[in-house]
Design a protein around this ligand. Structure first.
Ligand SMILES: NC(=O)c1ccc[n+]([C@@H]2O[C@H](COP(=O)([O-])OP(=O)(O)OC[C@H]3O[C@@H](n4cnc5c(N)ncnc54)[C@H](O)[C@@H]3O)[C@@H](O)[C@H]2O)c1
Length: 267
């Protein structure tokens, strides 16, 4: 399918597991893509196999001027902007474990996560939307998470940032819909990326009991959804939050316990 022929996209966090799969898919569908990441090397690694259709851009989502420069560099290079996939999230392995509970989280960790994950998405919209308007419209896809829809035992800042991304997306959809800019959020559950497999040993086994599909999702599954939301095939979908999580939040809370009980009863 070449649904994105002639379109220009930005993928933030484009050097990561999900972002690099999305960038690949955009190019497969005929689009051009700026792969924007705090780590220049990973942006370059993701861009290199895609040739002239991809541009690696280093930026830091905590810095408003850097976000503006990243959007402008994309427009200067490709001549416009039609698609923004806000997808970066704070990944610092030393800071992540400090995102715990309201009582224990250091306030500077809260601020940094909210600034990168949430304010960074707002600023992406702030600088991208005027360029989209000048082209007659566009599509924004913001990566939230199932952690923004239901509570969890840790990561209060991450969860709050992701919940707010869902609301931010509805405001953008409402405020720019009549000008042909659509905005949706996507909420992945566990997606098997190298980063996830490395950082949380044992998580897969615990969560496997609670998803409805036989297998976990992979970055290409997210890329397929983003490509659809970026394309005109989804032209009547805006302001939605679409969960992509193997039905992880679609069932009764006792689902896995009942399955265990039934298995024991039958054995
Ligand atoms: N993998 C999952 O299971 C999962 C589940 C739910 C939501 N998500 C979300 O999907 C998105 C992509 O995650 P992923 O799994 O590909 O992880 P990842 O760590 O592979 O990718 C995140 C990318 O963001 C970049 N980044 C971090 N801080 C940045 C900054 N300050 N400025 C610019 N870029 C920065 C990182 O360098 C990295 O390339 C994130 O928003 C994440 O919260 C992932």
């Amino acid at each position: 399918m070449r649904r994105l022929e002639g379109k220009v996209a930005i993928v933030t966090g484009g050097g990561g597991g999900i972002g690099s799969a999305v960038a690949r898919r955009i190019v497969q569908e005929g689009g051009k893509v700026a792969i924007a990441d705090v780590f220049e090397e990973s942006a370059k690694n993701a861009a290199e196999p895609l040739g002239d259709a991809a541009l690696a851009v280093q930026f830091d989502a905590i810095d408003p001027a850097s976000i503006e420069a990243m959007v402008n560099a994309t427009v200067d290079h490709f001549g416009g902007l039609d698609i923004l996939h806000n997808n970066a999230a704070m990944t610092d392995p030393e800071k992540h474990p400090q995102d715990t509970t309201p009582v224990d989280i250091p306030i500077e960790i809260w601020d940094e996560i909210i600034d990168i994950n949430l304010r960074g998405y707002l600023l992406g919209c702030k600088y991208a939307i005027p360029h989209m308007l000048s082209r007659g419209g566009g599509s924004i896809i913001n990566t939230a998470s199932n952690s923004g829809v239901a509570g969890d035992l840790a990561r209060v800042a991450y969860g709050a940032s992701k919940g707010a991304i869902i609301t931010l997306s509805k405001y953008v959809a409402t405020q720019y819909g009549k000008q042909n800019i659509r905005c949706n959020s996507i909420a992945p559950g566990v997606v098997l990326t190298p980063a996830l497999e490395a950082t949380v040993p044992g998580l897969k086994e615990v969560i496997q009991r609670h998803i409805l599909t036989p297998e976990f999702g992979v970055p290409d599954d997210i890329a397929a959804l983003v490509a659809f939301l970026a394309s005109d095939e989804s032209r009547y979908i805006t302001g939605e939050n679409i969960s992509i999580s193997g039905g992880g939040l679609s069932h009764q809370p006792h689902y896995a316990d009942l399955l265990d009980m039934m298995e024991k009863h039958l054995s």
